[in-house]
Design a protein around this ligand. Structure first.
Ligand code: FAD
Length: 294
């Protein structure tokens, strides 16, 4: 099932993101965690892809398992920046052979070892090239792209970032998923600006429940996200109390999602990663809201 058809329904829904194991050793535990999340029957689940290619094999194994065993539509992430054209072509064939029809086309973060290289020799510089390649593959993929309500860290201005986003969408993205954010007004402003720029595809907001204080630092480093005072106070108060922080972080994410639904969003992507208990708690907090049609 294509994600574009799922999220265009007039029903409120959640989707969840998981990540594949790094090695064979923890394959079974990751598989079990993703199966627990699949049992919640989300609209779809996405499976990330290691930028260095290290976990790429497992992305498909996990995505295929969720789809075949649990009937949950899956979205396989694919990055291109540190790969050759040949490798990417092989990956595209593998995704198609696994019967996966939804692909998140990403550039990937530039590995530190490549940062100072002459980029003109790289096979890929930007995600738009991967989108074009997926379109040209002959497979009828539903293609997603990443977007950044708070501007991608490499862009000098939001105007530039949105211009490049438009190019990526015009190349063939069917929908966009956002980087995490902790202040919904940033998302609403972003949506206004991209619509004004002529980007009309559905945008799925990504919400990350922060359930421990260490995650805050990682999230800010990774995404550069703005932390509202309300959120900082919560971390100050509960950051050193494991259970309290988890409860407060889940409540904060739940509030964000309710506000998004109340303002016209129909699908929210939850970065609950491989934590079935976090995914289940968010879903149960929203049970009556998710149960009712619009
Ligand atoms: P792009 O769309 O190529 O954009 C990257 C930067 O280049 C932006 O600043 C953009 O404005 C600029 N740009 C684009 N085109 C041009 C152009 N023609 N000229 C000049 N500048 C240009 N990473 C992983 O490794 N694995 C994952 O599974 C993964 N999943 C993600 C899922 C989501 C929803 C998000 C938001 C991010 C994810 N990432 C993942 C991180 C992502 O790979 C990084 O943020 C990466 O730095 C950018 O990827 P992109 O696809 O957005 O790149």
């Amino acid at each position: 099932m294509k994600i574009i058809d799922l999220i265009n329904k007039d029903t409120l829904s959640l989707s969840f993101e998981v990540f594949p194991p790094k090695t064979e050793t923890n394959f079974q535990s990751v598989k079990a965690a993703t199966e627990e999340i699949a049992k919640l029957r989300p609209a779809f689940m996405s499976v990330t892809y290691g930028a260095g290619g290290g976990t790429s094999k497992y992305t498909l194994d996990i995505a295929k398992n969720i789809k075949e065993l649990h009937g949950v539509p899956t979205l396989a992430h694919l990055t291109c920046v540190s790969s050759s054209r040949g490798t990417v072509k092989e990956k595209i064939e593998e995704i198609a052979a696994a019967g996966i029809t939804n692909v998140m086309a990403l550039r990937g973060d530039i590995p530190a070892s490549m940062e100072n290289n002459d980029r003109s020799h790289w096979d890929y510089q930007y995600a738009v090239e991967l989108v074009r390649e997926l379109k040209a593959s002959g497979y009828d993929f539903c293609i997603g792209g990443a977007c950044y309500p708070e501007v991608h860290p490499e862009s000098n201005t939001q105007k530039d970032d949105i211009l490049h986003l438009k190019e990526k969408v015009d190349a063939g993205c069917d929908f966009l998923t956002t980087q995490m954010f902790f202040d919904n007004n940033l998302l609403y402003n972003f949506l206004y600006k991209i619509r004004e720029a002529g980007i009309t595809v559905p945008v799925i907001p990504g919400v990350m429940p922060i359930t421990n204080a260490k995650q805050v630092e990682r999230a800010v480093k990774l995404s550069g996200s703005f932390m509202p005072q309300r959120f900082k106070s919560l971390v100050d108060k509960f950051g050193n109390k494991t259970d309290a922080m988890k409860q407060a972080g889940i409540a904060y994410a739940t509030d964000q999602i309710i506000d998004l639904f109340a303002n016209g969003i129909t699908n929210v992507h939850v970065y609950s990663m491989n934590n079935p208990d976090v995914a289940a708690k968010i879903q149960s907090n929203l049970s009556d809201i998710l149960g009712g049609n619009l």
